[in-house]
Design a protein around this ligand. Sequence first.
Ligand code: C2E
Ligand code: CA
Ligand code: CA
Ligand code: CA
Length: 275
Amino acid sequence: AKSDGRSCFRFFDCGMDDQVVEAFRMKADLRTALQEGQLKLHYQPLANLTTGDIIGFEALLRWTHPELGQISPVTFIPLAEETGLIVPIGEWVIREACREAARWPNGLKIAVNLSPVQFTTGNIVEVVASALAWSGLEASRLDIEITEGVLVKDADGALRILNAFKALGVHISMDDFGTGYSSLSYFRQFPFDKVKIDQTFIRDMETNPQSRAIIRAIIGLAKGLDVEILAEGVETEMQIDMLKRKGCELIQGYAISRPAPIEQFDDIVGGRVDI
Ligand code: C2E
Ligand code: CA
Ligand code: CA
Ligand code: CA
């Protein structure tokens, strides 16, 4: 927590106090962050493990606060969800990501994260449909990433929305798979195109046989169901080799590239013209 010059007394849990005050302040400041241009998207490549080709990018939200500096989405997304601000912010993310990706060549795909709150507030299907129409992006190049939280809360509502996405031609990825309530029956119930193996399994796969067994099981399941598999958080050559041997198709992680402003990937998305 940043110090703002207040003194701390020993009866006071200053650390906790700071956190509460800071969260309160961030919630207030998040209201204007969008209008003031403090939010930006960074992009992280998704790569084909066999050919090494970049097949697309995941859009990841960044907030530069005028005084606090860079704030992680791990911190501010939950605040945006609590305040409902994730709805307008999430809508901006979809439009901005579609606008950007519409300029890319070779059918490069764009993956966008949706919060469970966006499933229960506002008309998310309309938002996606109008972003596609407005940007001219082909629906099949948009990949919507959802977490299990969406399915657990209201399975029927989620299914209706996911089916509407499929009807638009948009692809759906199950993010962070293997954490939370992961249930195999999700695959029968919901129309996924891709499963992203959570990075906690990749992180310790070199040393933890349990993680390797889970990765193997998820890959086997996905292959049997004709669902694409992507391993997240891949950082080392060793992890790449192991994933290749296990038949994983796609990877994302620092081993390929960290998320960065799109300008950094001009050699891949090149030929784009800004208006
Ligand atoms: P996520 O969707 O699971 O995104 C992947 C996260 O892993 C990103 O963190 C990315 O920077 C990080 N990452 C990628 N490769 C590696 C690696 O090799 N090693 C390590 N240690 N980390 C890696 P980031 O950008 O901080 O985002 C955190 C989370 O915030 C995301 O997790 C997602 O849940 C949420 N988020 C980010 N942008 C958005 C957004 O536009 N909308 C919503 N609803 N959530 C978002
Ligand atoms: Ca994601
Ligand atoms: Ca993830
Ligand atoms: Ca995550």
